[in-house]
Ligand binder design. Structure first.
Ligand code: HEM
Length: 432
């Protein structure tokens, strides 16, 4: 697993104070006519960009400027985000002109044949429903014992190696929990888990070269292609077999589609899942009274997970759309063919919906409002129940098994993902 050590350059708080940065950027936003550059940067650690609070108060539907000079709309209030994500006049098809791509790599990837994540109705649901039955709440509940086994065995391995000296919990635990779980669902044999995890890490790793990343991508695709062939000959009880038996054999999809769908499930939520585990650990140490409560009473874990998925939006860049016709939103006319970015990270901190939004509080009184960490509407995360189950099992187990777990560096030195990318933690030394 040495390749996992190739990590994205970590974001460490700069010597400028976060108040200076936010004052500067807010003044810039208020005084210039050209839209501010997007993605915004987090001022420090896991704090959402301060621009969001400013825009929620002053200009909730506004334009931003992307890397390619394009000017899509940015929507920052919870209610407007829900409206964007349920409006069928908007499209998720990345090949439509005006779709907001956040970098050159995205623009290139948009040329590939789409899977359901980038489709509109009716194709979206036709393809999503090929995998959805494996991710219902009931189905995921049946998987809990096997997720528990994965968590227990990774923690047992850590104990075997000893916890006196700092070990990186990202590499030893968070990454394999997330990877092994989804690979198990797909049907990857146990002996190949480490190899695939390594390639998946290189593929999504900011510090690997473009060639390394592209080689790992091809490696994963060809591995899945071989697995599809094997399941064609001898199907088993797994997701790839389901695609092969129910879709590929009857001719509803081609082999390339089966490979692409399986690949989507393999990569779609992996980095996010890993980041949410890491963020959960750090957030508890930042809130020691709540850590004490969760340790003493694991029945609080579901409420902790709920609040964690509101407080940290580790997949905040996916919720992008383009208009098919002119629409009006927040009093602004958005023309056909203009891009929209629904800032779920901002919606999760909307003070009109979540009072005192910047406080992490597992006892937060919640009504019917929904946090937006898993998106909203037809494209809402298909694996939400899996992600929640993994987080619940991890946090119900980790402090029971490693009661003396401590973060081995001061909290201010935790290495976060680059400030203008999705929030995450790249490395987390712990002792136990
Ligand atoms: C805590 C972990 C996770 C978070 C926060 C998360 C978040 C999200 C979000 C925000 C979306 C909506 C994108 C949109 O509206 O365009 C999404 C969709 C999706 N997620 Fe997740 N996800 C997580 C875990 C996973 C995992 C583990 C998998 C795979 C097993 C996965 C697979 C997908 C897929 C395939 C979609 C596309 C759904 C569609 O377009 O119909 N996610 N996720």
């Amino acid at each position: 697993m040495s390749a996992i050590l190739l990590r994205p350059r970590a974001f460490q708080p700069s010597k400028f104070s976060c108040t200076n940065i936010s004052k500067f950027s807010l003044r810039t936003m208020a005084s210039t006519t050209s839209p501010p550059k997007f993605p915004f940067s987090r001022p420090a650690g896991a704090e959402p960009p301060s621009e969001y609070a400013y825009l929620r108060a002053n200009d909730p539907v506004s334009k931003v400027e992307l890397w390619d000079g394009s000017h899509p709309w940015l929507v920052v209030k919870h209610k407007d985000i829900c409206s964007v994500l349920t409006d069928e006049r908007l499209s998720k098809q990345r090949q439509r002109p005006g779709f907001p791509e956040l970098n050159a790599g995205g623009k290139e990837a948009a040329k590939n044949k789409p899977t359901f994540v980038d489709m509109d109705p009716p194709e979206h649901m036709q393809q999503r429903s090929m995998v959805e039955p494996l991710f219902t709440k009931d189905q995921i509940n049946k998987l809990r014992p096997s997720i528990q086994k994965t968590v227990d065995s990774l923690l047992a391995d850590m104990i075997k190696e000893g916890g006196q000296k700092p070990v990186d919990i990202v590499e030893k635990f968070a990454l394999p929990v997330a990877s092994y779980t989804i690979y198990g669902i797909l049907g990857v044999p146990f002996e190949d888990l480490a190899y695939l995890t390594q390639h998946a890490a290189i593929r999504s790793n900011g510090s690997a070269t473009a060639t390394q990343a592209s080689n790992s991508n091809s490696e994963l695709l060809s591995y899945i292609g071989d697995l599809v062939e094997k399941r064609l000959v001898a199907p088993k009880d797994d997701l790839i077999s389901k695609l092969v038996v129910e879709q590929l054999k009857p001719g509803h999809i081609q082999k390339a589609d089966a490979v692409q769908i399986a690949f989507l499930m393999l990569v779609a939520g992996n980095a996010t899942m890993v980041n949410m585990i890491n963020l959960g650990i750090v957030t508890l140490f930042q809130n020691p009274a709540q850590l004490k409560e969760v340790k003493a009473d694991p029945s609080l874990v579901p409420a902790f997970v709920e609040e964690l998925c509101r407080y940290h939006t580790a997949s905040a860049m996916a919720t992008r759309r383009v208009t098919k016709v002119d629409i009006t939103l927040g009093g602004k006319t958005i023309k056909a063919g203009e891009g929209i970015i629904a800032a779920t990270q901002s919606g999760n901190r909307d003070e009109d919906v979540f009072p005192d939004p910047d406080t992490f509080n597992i006892h937060r009184k919640r009504g019917s409002e929904q946090a937006l960490g898993y998106g909203y509407g037809a494209h809402q995360c298909v694996a939400e129940w899996l992600a929640r189950a993994e987080l619940e099992i991890v946090f119900q187990t980790i402090f029971k098994t490693l009661p003396n777990l401590k973060i081995a560096i001061p909290l201010e030195e935790v290495k976060y993902s680059p400030p203008n990318m999705d929030v995450g933690i790249v490395e987390l030394p712990i002792t136990f």
